[in-house]
Design a protein. Structure first.
Length: 488
């Protein structure tokens, strides 16, 4: 524990949904839900307006639609979220060399390591100016927590939401934590929380009063020891600048179970290519290819294959994933497929051509039939006149024109997809920072309409190239009141 609140935790407010509201003037102040839109879709983020209606992340989209039927339901635009995240992380990096990203919208910062704070006054000043900088650069708001430990800084940012700052004074931790639910503490999920509740412990105060020995008896030595320390407000974990990814993966859940083996293989190969794209965007390579298959009965199977060396070759990964698929029985249907790469490295195997050739040879062996295939056999091994299962026109249109994604029309300019169906796509033409735009409907194959890249949320952001040189460096001064909170 530090004697000053110099650990900062930033959490952007309803990040995906807020970015969509900033990008689409017609959605400002309205309920917005971002996530999968199919029958098996899940909510990734809900705006605060949608949360008031009971919608929250990880909720099935079908349930969210029942609670908020008039909300805007949008497919995530990760390219936009990543670009905004890079802007935010660059600002954090200017405050300290020790920045620990937890996700696209969340990070810890060691202000002391950057010389930006050594007491409550300088920490609060830095936190407030960070919030201002984020708003001016990205157009979005973030909540800031300041404390002497990572655990408390994260709790403080939760208390500050939305769009606020909370500072927890060192020495006030136990008083602050005492009335909170045990679920507030890191690592206490539903199962552990229920186990503690049955033992009569529902608040952090109850854990502290129970003592370490009793907690060890209830939840085990390792967890019990850590739980007791957290209940006392003790957390010595440092801010770690490098949180290296251990794997890169992509997966899709299908609206209808896939039964056709040819379609399943095609989806696996498509996911493998997407996985390699993410791998290359991170300038990484990997040695082990992993296939994930969730079947019709919700049973989940994983298969893996370790290559001779790290690679970012899409052919190698695609064919390895296809070989792994041969090891899985998909007869009853498949509801989810995923492809990942682990054993990441910053280099690739030198002999990629030989490795790809080996992969192709193994693939050919795996595909060699045990009995002759008739001359009139189709691609799936059946008669040539049996067509493989294909997506409907509506499914293809939904994939080409996802709700919320950007488009450009040769006459009307930039817009976003409000929805598509019955051979039509409806577009609202508006841009970030502009007025609410008009709505026009087109044929899904209109030659003048094409997908587009997201526009910046802020057209002319404030120049922060010299920031935070204008910030006052750490200084001594009067300590503010414990648990102080400020909002604009």
């Amino acid at each position: 524990m530090r004697p000053a609140p110099t650990i900062l935790h930033l959490d952007m407010d309803a990040f995906y949904a807020s970015a969509e509201q900033a990008a689409k003037p017609s959605l400002r102040g309205k309920a917005v839900v971002v996530g999968g839109l199919g029958p098996r879709g899940v909510v990734a983020t809900a705006s605060y307006e949608a949360r008031l209606l009971g919608v929250h992340s990880a909720m099935p989209t079908a349930q969210a639609r029942r609670l908020a039927p008039n909300a805007a339901y949008l497919v995530p635009r990760f390219s936009l979220y990543r670009s905004v995240s890079e802007q935010v992380m660059e600002l954090l990096g200017r405050l300290s060399p020790l920045v620990e990203p937890l996700s696209l919208d969340e990070a810890f910062v060691d202000l002391e390591a950057g010389g930006m704070a050594d007491d409550s006054v300088s920490a609060r000043t830095t936190g407030e100016r960070l919030r201002t900088a984020i708003r001016e650069v990205t157009g979005l708001s973030g909540s800031v927590g300041l404390a002497g430990s990572k655990m408390l800084a994260k709790i403080a940012s939760e208390q500050a939401k939305p769009d606020g700052l909370t500072l927890i004074e060192p020495g006030t931790e136990r008083e602050l934590l005492a009335p909170m639910s045990v679920r507030t503490l890191p690592g206490v999920g539903p199962a552990t929380g229920d186990h503690l509740r049955r033992a009569g412990m529902t608040t952090v105060h109850d854990l502290a009063e129970a003592g370490e020995a009793e907690l060890v008896r209830l939840v085990g030595k390792a967890h019990g020891h850590g739980l007791y320390r957290m209940a006392l407000g003790l957390d010595d974990r440092p801010v770690v600048a490098e949180r290296d990814a251990k794997s890169v993966s992509v997966e899709d859940t299908f609206d209808v179970d896939l039964h056709d083996r040819v379609r399943v293989r095609a989806e696996v190969e498509r996911l493998a290519v997407r996985c390699v794209e993410r791998l290359r965007s991170a300038d990484r390579s990997g040695r082990t290819v992993v296939l994930k298959v969730r079947r019709f009965d919700f049973s989940t199977l994983t298969r893996s294959e370790t290559l001779r060396g790290p690679t970012d070759d899409p052919t190698v990964v695609r064919e390895a994933a296809a070989r792994l698929l041969e090891l899985v029985d998909t007869t009853g249907g498949v509801r989810l497929l995923g492809v990942g790469v682990t054993g990441l490295a910053d280099f690739t195997q030198e002999d990629l051509f030989a490795q790809a050739a080996d992969a192709r040879e193994l693939a050919e062996r795996a595909r060699t039939p045990e009995k002759p295939v008739p001359d009139d056999a189709g691609p799936g091994g059946g008669p040539a006149d049996e067509e493989p299962v294909r997506d409907s026109a509506e499914q293809l249109a939904a994939r080409r024109w996802p709700a919320g994604h950007d488009v450009r029309h040769t006459v009307h300019g930039h817009g976003w997809v409000q929805g598509s169906g019955v051979g039509r796509v409806t577009v609202r033409f508006e841009e970030p920072g502009g007025p609410v735009g008009r709505v026009v409907t087109f044929r899904v194959d209109d030659p003048e309409l094409s997908p587009a890249d997201p526009l910046p949320l802020v057209r002319d952001p404030v120049d922060y190239s010299s920031w935070p040189a204008s910030l006052p460096k750490s200084r001594s001064g009067p300590v503010s009141a414990a648990g102080g909170e400020s909002r604009p």
